[in-house]
Design a protein around this ligand. Structure first.
Ligand code: 2HG
Ligand code: ZN
Length: 448
C-alpha cells in the first residue's frame, strides 16, 4: 500500500487532499512570508484518526507538519517540502462545561471565539484572548503557549491548560485530562507539551481552566509622550487597579497606518507620539477608579474612555487592527520580543537605529515588556533585520520570542535566549520522544 492509500484508509479518501490547488491554502502562512509544499494535506476527525495518520507517516518515514487555524506568525504552521500536512481543523468538539471545577475539555481544532461563545453564557470566560480569535485554534494556542492581551491578569496558555491528550511521534496516545489543580506525581508532561510547538507530540484534546466572566468593562485610550510614560502609568495602574486586565502600547505611525486601512477617525484632536490602551474588568463598575488614576497622573496628555460594548470595541480597533493594517501594506518581517520592563523605553528608542533597512512599526503588550516589531519593505533583508533586532533584545537579557514561538523563523537565534546546556537538554527530550525527527522538523530547534 502507498502512503496515500494508507492515509485514505485512516481518515477516508475525501479527507486526503492531494490536489495542488486544494492544498494551497494549507501551504502558505497568514502573512504570506512562509510557504512549503506538502505531498498531501490530511484532515482526521479525532485522536484515534490522528494516531493512525502519525503511524502511517512513521512507517513511511515521512515528516508530519501540524496545523491548527494557520494563524501562526513564525512559519511553524506551514509544511516542509515533502511532508504530510496534518490539519486539526476537523477536531472541533467542545465538551460540557464542568461548572464545579470551572474547566472544560475541548478538541484541539476548536477556535478561541467558539470556545468563548460556548462558556460565556454560563458565566465563564477564557483567560487568554487576542485579535486572531475567530480563526486561531485552542491546539495551536497551546502548542505555541500563546499570550495575548490578558497575560497581565491570567498568564499565558500554560496557566490555562490543565490537561492534554496528545499523539506521540510513533502514534502512541497519551491522555492526561483530569485537570487536577494539585498533582505532584512527577514530570509535568502537560506543561512540557504546551509551548513545544508540535515538536514532541500532536495535541488533540485540551482541558482548559476557565475564569469568571467579568461583564462590567471599561477601556481607556490614553495619549502619552513616550514609552517611559506608558511604563510609569502601567506601573501605577497595576498598583491602583486590581481590575486591570490589559495594557497595550502603540505609536503614532501605527495609528496612522490603522486609520488608513480601516478609515477610523483620529482618536484625539491632536496627534500624540504614543498611546496606551488600558482595560479594566470586574463585577462592579471599575471606571471610577480608572478615571481617578488618569486624572491624578502627570503622564496623561489626553484620554478617552468607553464602557459600552461598541465604544470599547472602537477603542480596541486602534490596537487590534495593527496586524492586518501592516499586512495590507506588504509582507512584513515580524518579530515578537520581550525585554525586562525597566529596559523597554530604552529598547524602543534604540530599535529604529539598529534596523538596517525598512519601515519599523512597533506595538505590544507593555506590562510584559513584549514588543511586536514589524518591519515593512524589508523582505529581501529579513535575515539582517532579524539578526539586528534579536541581538539588541538579547543585550537587555530579553527573549527572542515573547509569544508567537520560535517556529522556523527564529530557530537560528535560539542561542541568544537559551544556554548551550538548555538547548542540549531540549534536544535530549526531542530525541527521546521523536528520535527520527518526524514531528514539525525545522521548528524550534536549530540544526545541530
Ligand atoms: C498581537 O498582539 C499579535 O496582536 C500579533 O500577537 C502581533 O502582528 C503582530 O506582530
Ligand atoms: Zn501579541
Amino acid at each position: 500500500m502507498t502512503l496515500l492509500d494508507s492515509l485514505a484508509a485512516a481518515v477516508g479518501p475525501e479527507h486526503v487532499i492531494a490536489d495542488a490547488s486544494m492544498r494551497a491554502s494549507y501551504e502558505t502562512d497568514w502573512t504570506g512570508r512562509f510557504t512549503g509544499r506538502a505531498v498531501v494535506a490530511v484532515r482526521p476527525r479525532d485522536t484515534a484518526e490522528v494516531a493512525a495518520v502519525v503511524r502511517c507517516c512513521a512507517e513511511a518515514g515521512v515528516a508530519v507538519c501540524i496545523q491548527g487555524g494557520n494563524t501562526g506568525l513564525v512559519g511553524g504552521s506551514v509544511p516542509v517540502d515533502g511532508s504530510v500536512l496534518l490539519s486539526l481543523a476537523r477536531l472541533d468538539r467542545v465538551g460540557e462545561v464542568d461548572a464545579v471545577a470551572g474547566q472544560v475539555t475541548v478538541d484541539a481544532g476548536v477556535t478561541l471565539a467558539r470556545l468563548q461563545k460556548h462558556v460565556r453564557p454560563l458565566g465563564f470566560d477564557v483567560g487568554v484572548d487576542f485579535a486572531a480569535r475567530e480563526s486561531c485554534t485552542v491546539g495551536g494556542m497551546a502548542a505555541t503557549n500563546a499570550g495575548g492581551e490578558r497575560v497581565l491578569r491570567y498568564g499565558t496558555m500554560r496557566a490555562q491548560v490543565l490537561g492534554v491528550e496528545a499523539v506521540l511521534a510513533d502514534g502512541t496516545v497519551v491522555t492526561r485530562l483530569h485537570g487536577l489543580p494539585k498533582d505532584n506525581t512527577g514530570y509535568d508532561v502537560v506543561s512540557l507539551l504546551v509551548g513545544a510547538e508540535g515538536t514532541l507530540g500532536v495535541l488533540t484534546r485540551l482541558r482548559i481552566r476557565l475564569v469568571p466572566l467579568l461583564a462590567v468593562r471599561t477601556v481607556a485610550l490614553v495619549a502619552v509622550d513616550d514609552t517611559a510614560a506608558a511604563v510609569r502609568l502601567v506601573q501605577q495602574a497595576r498598583d491602583a487597579l486590581p481590575s486591570l486586565e490589559a495594557a497595550e502600547l502603540f505609536f503614532a505611525d501605527g495609528v496612522a497606518l490603522v486609520r488608513r486601512h480601516t478609515g477610523l477617525p483620529a482618536p484625539f484632536a491632536d496627534e500624540h507620539p504614543a498611546y496606551l490602551l488600558l482595560e479594566c474588568a470586574g463585577r462592579d463598575d471599575p471606571s471610577e477608579n480608572l478615571l481617578a488614576l488618569l486624572e491624578s497622573s502627570a503622564d496623561v496628555r489626553d484620554a478617552t474612555v468607553a464602557s459600552d460594548a461598541r465604544g470599547r470595541h472602537a477603542l480596541w480597533q486602534y490596537r487590534e487592527a495593527h496586524t492586518e493594517s501592516i499586512n495590507a501594506e506588504g509582507v512584513p518581517v515580524k518579530l515578537d520580543v520581550a525585554v525586562p520592563l525597566r529596559a523597554l523605553a530604552d529598547c524602543v528608542a534604540k530599535l529604529p537605529s539598529v534596523i538596517p533597512t525598512g519601515r519599523p512599526i512597533l506595538f505590544g503588550h507593555v506590562n510584559e515588556g513584549n514588543l511586536h516589531v514589524n518591519v515593512l519593505d524589508a523582505r529581501d533583508d529579513a535575515h539582517a533585520v532579524c539578526d539586528a533586532v534579536l541581538r539588541l533584545v538579547a543585550s537587555y537579557g530579553g527573549s527572542i520570542s515573547a509569544e508567537h514561538g520560535v517556529g522556523r523563523a527564529k530557530q537560528e537565534w535560539l542561542g541568544l535566549s537559551r544556554s548551550v546546556e538548555e538547548i542540549a537538554m531540549m534536544r535530549a527530550i526531542k530525541t527521546a520522544l521523536d528520535p527520527r525527527g518526524l514531528l514539525n522538523p525545522g521548528v524550534l530547534l536549530p540544526p545541530e
